[in-house]
Design a protein around this ligand. Sequence first.
Ligand code: PXP
Length: 237
Amino acid sequence: MPELGVNIDHVATLRQARQTYEPDPVWAAALVELGGADCITLHLREDRRHILDRDLRVLRETVTVKLNLEMACAEEVLDIACRTRPDQATLVPERRQEVTTEGGLDIVGQQDRVTAVSRRLQQAGIRVSLFLDPDLCQIEVAAELGADAVELHTGQYALAKPGAAQQRELATLIVAGARIRELGMTLHAGHGLTYRNVGPVAVIEGMHELNIGHSIIARAVMVGLEKAVRQMKRLVS
Ligand code: PXP
């Protein structure tokens, strides 16, 4: 059974919309743990558009399950990661204008840099996962540079029309997942997974960790909104 990592970035996005103190991703992480998550995932972006340095610091002290930091191969955030020591770092590409992480990391094109960053993280006791498209060339390089895990980008699967197109994307994920495990790395997956499409990915042989953000936070708004309005209605009347 795969572990569930919950990405709490959207909670911080909502807070930053007003640059206030609520909702606090630290509080959210506690509720996520109470809900049974096995891992708290957050992305400290270079532009600090949602998660802030303080969030990572406090979460490192308060989270009792695995803490997974998504990060670019950038020097500043690498220093912060090595100081803060999350249990795991997931290396992702980062472009300033993107709405979310749009594709996997191209490690074929920057093997030396990714190797150097991975080494520093591993020397600090942090497991390294690489967020990759389900591309066998990228996966071979991940093994060569000593990654502990690969997180397969499930975006194409999530975007594909249910039916033959989605089955093709699923087959690609299955082949990539098998190769990752053959090469001795741990298999993770994430991006675009929802209550509707997660099932077939969760049962891929050897799937160890799924990271899901948007769909869970979106669902939380819907299942929590009625209660929140009732509480305010009581106060105003
Ligand atoms: N995994 C990685 C590496 C990501 O960058 C993201 C998005 O931040 C996710 C998983 C979660 O994606 P989603 O929000 O679409 O569930």
